[in-house]
Design a binder for this molecule. Sequence first.
Ligand code: NDP
Length: 234
Amino acid sequence: MSQVALITGGANGIGKALVQTFKEAGVHVVFVDVDDHQGEALAIACDASYYHVDVTKPEAIEAFFRKMDQEKVTFSVLINNVGITKVQPFLELSYQEFDDVLKTNLYSTFLFSQHVARRMPDGGRIINIGSTRAFMSEPNTESYAASKGAIHSLTHAMAMSLQPHNITVNAISPGWIETGDHQALTDVDHAQHPSNRVGKPDDVARLALFLADENQAFINGENIVIDGGMTKKM
Ligand code: NDP
């Protein structure tokens, strides 16, 4: 059976690698983002379908799924990848700033999962991108750490709720991955790592493809760390 994957935040970084890896594996890919320039270019380069959806806006998400219904698109894979990080002094962190991160990272994961699970007629795979920052914190990362910790809890609760629908739900928790600001890492930064390098978006995308396999029905509710051993370093 041919698969259809929906990827959030697919225009850049790990999301872009997910789009490319799933397309190369013969999966039809639909992805959403707000970076139209990168999104449209990637859609053309990969023959994928791109839609502008601001995931912090529930009404924009509903409009997107109405369009999917009109086009009779159903899904077999969802990857809740979109995420933002804000590093802000905790004593100055406002409710609004905290809420912005929760809306982008956590609420979008809830909303996309619910909409997609209703549109997975033959069951499927939901994969949530968490982070090692959920359990290894640095100062001033409260909003991000809270959002990712909640994504892990949401993952195993949804895994139980969606089991009767033949849908598995797992999380991937990357450590340092070379995207965005991290592309400026130096050789010294890489050398601090037990693997002598930080991760690449492809490392995460290959794990997601493994979890998305139709035959991986017995992996459910898991959180798989992919960090080259960083969280095991003394
Ligand atoms: P990037 O910032 O490289 O890419 C995220 C994409 O999401 C961008 O295209 C961004 O657009 C888009 N986006 C941001 N806000 C919204 C929104 N409201 N609606 C729709 N799209 C939006 O992120 P990464 O690839 O680094 O991270 C991907 C995931 O992996 C995140 O969940 C992150 O927390 C997680 N992760 C990343 C790690 C890392 O080291 N990189 C480590 C651990 C986890 P624009 O660029 O225009 O803002």
